[in-house]
Design a protein around this ligand. Structure first.
Ligand code: SF4
Length: 277
């Protein structure tokens, strides 16, 4: 029996960068807080809490803090409000998310109706909307059907969305609007992890997907793996592993969302190695 980690899995550039920023601030300053959980990974958030980094929901929830804006980004008004309250704002928004902000804002200023292909209510999507007021958020083609479309439509994408959904939405828009501009803002880290997970899952009889249950990109990896391997399981920590998942398996695959540190992947791999030994 072999246990293989997908070629691309786990913490991406944006998450590693944000973690480095927070840890550096926590070493130097007393009251360091993150505006919302830094990333969608409860284990990482708990580790930061143990180092004194608290999570606040709103800039008003703390005084005189070093306030970290997380990888997902926020609407610009929140940063303005935090600064007005006297906080030292440290922006850990992933540079790739910032690119989406810029793209959406440019499309709006060029007169396009901005469509964000993404999950309504997700913090990253809310942040993008904040940079292109009036943007529509579309999570499926069905949400566009029957809708009257303006002549100029500009599309950007939540960084963690699947290429398949973008293609479906764009193919619908191609036949329903006159002037369509598409800026594919899916992050390469996401595409690489999805492609590697799909390849590995098609070759395995059990897949373990590691990452926060509240993480959009991890849930997407789980769905992708499930399409090729029905024996797929989404876990946050090694405590959730069950020996019966691996009975009769020849090849076990592991992948992890972009918010899962590499050391967590190694912990899960060792736990599986022990369970099947
Ligand atoms: S998945 Fe991509 S966009 Fe999101 S934090 Fe990681 S590098 Fe940035």
């Amino acid at each position: 029996m072999s246990v293989t980690i997908a070629e691309f899995a786990g913490a991406c550039f944006g998450v590693e960068r944000a973690l480095d920023i927070v840890l550096e601030q926590a070493e130097q300053k007393a009251n360091v807080v993150t505006l919302g959980p830094l990333i969608h990974n409860p284990k990482v958030v708990a580790d930061l809490d143990a180092k004194g980094v608290r999570v606040v929901k709103d800039p008003e929830d703390t005084d005189d803090a070093t306030l970290i804006v997380r990888t997902h980004g926020v609407v610009p008004q929140i940063i303005d409000r935090a600064r007005a309250l006297g906080h030292d704002v440290v922006d850990a928004t992933c540079p790739y998310v910032k690119k989406v902000h810029l793209a959406a804002s440019r499309l709006k200023s060029e007169g396009y109706q901005v469509i964000i292909v993404g999950e309504g209510g997700h913090p990253e999507v809310e942040g993008i909307v904040g940079h292109a007021e009036g943007a529509w958020v579309v999570g499926s083609v069905a949400e566009l059907e029957g809708k009257r479309l303006p002549k100029k439509v500009g599309v950007v994408v939540q960084t963690t969305q699947s290429q398949e959904l973008l293609c479906e939405v764009v193919s619908y828009l191609c036949t329903h609007c006159e002037n369509l501009k598409v800026i594919n803002t899916i992050c390469q880290a996401t595409s690489e992890r999805q492609a590697a997970a799909k390849k590995l899952a098609s070759d395995c009889d059990c897949m373990v997907v590691i990452g926060g249950k509240n993480s959009a990109n991890t849930t997407r990896l789980y769905e992708i793996c499930l399409q090729s391997c029905t024996n797929t399981h989404h876990i946050e920590t090694s405590d959730e592993l069950r020996v019966e998942w691996f009975k009769g398996c020849n090849r076990i695959g592991i992948t992890a969302g972009a918010s899962t540190p590499q050391k967590h992947i190694q912990i899960v791999k060792s736990a599986i190695d022990n369970l099947v030994a």
